[in-house]
Ligand binder design. Structure first.
Ligand SMILES: Cc1ncc(COP(=O)(O)O)c(C=O)c1O
Length: 382
């Protein structure tokens, strides 16, 4: 029997990291009381562990959720939600502008179980209304879409979904709860890839799924355990630490992104800049209304000359790492055509405007002038 740690009359300033995968109990009666919720306790880490409980509680507060679960990745939060919501024969209506792996989850994986997904332009509310005339279980959309940064009109979509008896499920990864709290705008379920801005240092993979309807909680918890979708204690602990600075990181990164977007529009080899704060962005007004705290740290720029020009640009800016993720403290870049949307069909990418010349920047917290100077090297300005 190992000794128990005691803090005495003091308390640790940081939540302890509890790596135990299993917990011991004095007898069978205790096991029954814990399993039926009469007493608090932990049994097996795949079902629950203190670090995920504490992280979920904090995210629930931020999102105004009545329940929330931590999962091993953002994709497992998406999988968990759909596994809990749909049955064979059900239909999902999804925004067409979504992360490529989510599209594969819907179109390839869920399709194997007899769940159909129809894509729609969720910025065309009449099209959404028409699409929801057929029975629909879930309407799915990203708050700020990957990679084209379209903004979802969550209050309007919630109204349409509920009028059609569908549930509105939001991927809030690009916004984070600091910029948008979808449950407060009428959504039924929200997920975050905690891998990104919320943990914030490219050293975690985790997801979060939260909601307001308490009856869903037990079902989602059971699915998470059975399908083995939970996250590990160390990643939860790191994420809680990252969350302490999220407001500072997000503020700095949004300010940098807004200034960079303006500057990029003046660069001769850039033929398109995508940022919701720019007046030419199709959802500029919506972004001002729905994202008053900031339009996010994600930014798109398209280079004339396509893939070859992108290759040369990447080689000229080693200080902006090319890596297929986002949300680090330092600015990184990615190439949707060959990474996040690699497996989307060429026709789908062309229809959406995901071109070979498109670079996605995840803007970080560096001093602006340093960042601008590094990017300028890519344009041969220095
Ligand atoms: C918008 C969005 N949702 C979900 C995910 C999946 O998250 P994870 O990589 O943590 O599984 C990603 C990953 O890039 C994403 O960009």
């Amino acid at each position: 029997m190992r000794d128990e740690v005691s803090w005495g009359v003091t308390r640790p300033m940081r939540s302890p990291l509890l790596t135990a995968s299993v917990y011991a109990m004095p007898d069978l009666d205790t096991l029954d009381r814990v399993l039926t919720g009469q007493e608090t306790g932990y049994i097996y880490a795949r079902d629950a562990h203190p670090n995920s409980t504490s992280l979920a509680a904090q995210l629930n507060r931020w999102h105004g959720a009545t329940w929330g679960l931590i999962t091993g990745t953002g994709m497992s939060a998406l999988s968990l939600a759909f596994l809990g919501l749909v049955q064979p024969g059900d239909r999902i209506v999804s925004s067409r502008s979504i992360y490529g792996r989510t599209r594969q989850l819907l179109d390839q994986e869920l399709a194997r179980f007899g769940v159909r997904t129809d894509g729609v332009d969720t910025n065309d509310l009449d099209a959404v209304r028409r699409c929801l005339q057929q029975p629909t279980r879930v309407l799915f959309v990203e708050t700020i879409s990957n990679p084209l940064l379209r903004i979802a009109d969550i209050p309007a979509l919630a109204e349409l979904a509920h009028a059609a008896q569908a549930c509105l499920f939001i991927d809030n990864t690009f916004a984070s709860p600091l910029l948008c709290r979808p449950l407060e705008l009428g959504a039924d379920l929200v997920m975050e890839s905690l891998t990104k801005m919320i943990s914030g240092h490219s050293d975690v993979t985790l997801g979060y799924l939260g909601g307001r309807e308490a009856t869903l909680a037990a079902r989602m918890q059971q699915i998470r355990s059975i399908w083995g979708l939970s996250g590990n204690p160390f990643d939860c602990w790191l994420t809680e630490r990252g969350m302490e600075t999220l407001h500072l990181r997000m503020q700095a990164a949004c300010a940098n992104a807004a200034r960079l977007a303006q500057w990029l529009t003046t660069q001769p080899r850039v033929c398109r800049v995508i940022y919701p704060d720019l007046p030419e962005h199709p959802d500029h007004a919506l972004a001002q209304r729905l994202l008053p705290a900031g339009r996010g740290n994600m930014l798109g720029l398209e280079l004339e000359g396509g893939r070859d020009e992108v290759n040369q640009w990447l080689r000229r800016v080693p200080g902006i790492p090319f890596c297929p993720s986002l949300g680090d403290t330092q600015t990184t870049c990615s190439h949707p055509d060959t990474t996040s949307h690699r497996y989307d069909s060429a026709a789908e990418k062309a229809a959406q405007g995901i071109t070979p010349g498109l670079i996605r920047l995840s803007v970080g917290c560096e001093p602006f002038e340093q960042l601008q100077a590094e990017l300028a090297r890519g344009f041969g300005n220095r």
